[in-house]
Write a protein that binds this ligand. Structure first.
Ligand SMILES: [Zn+2]
Ligand SMILES: [Zn+2]
Length: 367
């Protein structure tokens, strides 16, 4: 079938809207009519060549939301007409997958940025020549996408599907880091470093868990204003040692939990230094390979934990419907983070994501 998709023709080149050909779903896949797709910084990292194994030209996009158009012969738990969010890929066969920790799948790298299906095939082509796709096994910057059925999450019909794509990656990353990994008790303190889409999702989750105080730290004043509106009790502009002193005062000696979303080494160090004894810092920001940070060893010995988390440690088929319920109850107002763009304006959306003018761009696909 013919699709309209945004192609990155070569490393660091702008997105280009093209007409391409897409083959139908394999037996274990579904074909989804994409209504809207979130844009995540990972898409821009892919455009700019952060992934060593990424081939070009490629169709990116990994926060797709839409309606199931067709299901493969072996798919029994989804039907045409189902509203769905497409989440991250996992192999189902490696040790982490077998243990239920699917976001740490040992084969994730190839499945996310190899440009192909696990079997090496590519469903997208142009005039007979393959265009790499299968970005996160979905490539949702397109009017239609095929995805493994197991990565696809059915969404309640009364929810606004055009808003929910970001739950597939960025928002479940932040919310899951708090609700699935930190699991704070009511009244424990949370400091969020970097209040973009991931950080704000973590902040909203902290409010759901009853964290108090909730401190937002960022370099952009406009984001701090929004963070206050979404539940931060305190908002601090990022200023190194001065910020650390403020956090220690606000939290009565250090935070129970710190969420690091910026992937900036100096900020990560600040997040670790902001912990009280027995406190936990969760790192979710993705830095380029080779990025290092120094941490004082005696500080860690004070019972402090530093751990990295991917995709909020979540099982999307359980966690995303839970977040949708919270959204529908008004307790997880993700609509406040979303800026909608026409698909044709994808390069403007990318520029706004980079500058911080948009927290979570969502592209509306034309049909
Ligand atoms: Zn796996
Ligand atoms: Zn992402």
């Amino acid at each position: 079938m013919k699709i309209t998709a945004a192609v990155v023709p070569a490393r660091s080149a702008p997105f280009e809207i093209q007409q391409l050909d897409l083959t139908g779903p394999q037996p274990d896949e579904v074909l989804v009519r994409i209504v809207a797709s979130g844009m995540c910084h990972t898409d821009l990292h892919a455009r700019d060549g952060y992934f060593a194994n990424l081939p070009y030209p490629i169709v990116c996009g990994h926060e797709g939301a839409g309606i199931v158009e067709e299901v493969g012969a072996a798919v029994t738990d989804l039907m045409p007409g189902d509203p769905v969010v497409i989440s991250f890929p996992w192999c189902g066969e490696c040790e982490p997958c077998a243990a239920g920790h699917i976001s740490y799948c040992a084969n994730a790298r190839a499945l996310k940025s190899g440009g192909k299906r696990a079997d090496g095939s590519t469903p997208i082509s142009r005039n007979g020549a393959p265009v790499y796709s299968c970005f996160f096994q979905q490539s949702s910057f397109a009017t239609f996408a095929v995805a493994p059925a197991k990565d696809v999450v059915k969404i309640r019909r009364d929810a606004p599907i055009e808003m929910l794509g970001p739950l597939g990656c960025g928002l479940q990353t932040g919310a899951g880091a708090v609700l699935n990994v930190m699991r704070p008790r009511e009244g424990q303190s949370l400091v969020v470093f970097g209040v973009g889409g991931v950080g704000l999702a973590g902040l909203m989750a902290g409010r759901i868990a009853g964290c108090d105080p909730i401190v937002a730290v960022d370099r952009l004043p406009a984001r701090l204003v929004l963070a206050r509106e979404l539940g931060a009790t305190h908002a601090l502009e990022s200023r190194g040692a001065e910020t650390l002193a403020h956090i220690r005062k606000i939290t009565g000696g250090g935070a129970h939990f710190a969420l690091e979303t910026s992937a900036v080494p100096a900020v990560f160090r600040l997040a670790v230094d902001a912990l009280r004894g027995l406190g936990t810092c969760v790192l979710v920001g993705s830095a380029r390979a080779g990025t290092e940070v120094s941490i004082e060893m005696p500080w860690l010995q004070g019972g402090r934990t530093v751990r990295g988390v991917i995709q909020g440690d979540s099982n999307p088929r359980e966690f995303i419907p839970r977040l949708v319920d919270l959204f529908m109850e008004g307790r997880f107002p993700l609509d406040r983070l979303v800026t909608s763009y026409d698909f044709a304006d994808i390069n403007r959306a990318a520029a706004d994501a980079t500058s911080g003018a948009a927290i979570k761009p969502v592209l509306k696909l034309p049909h």
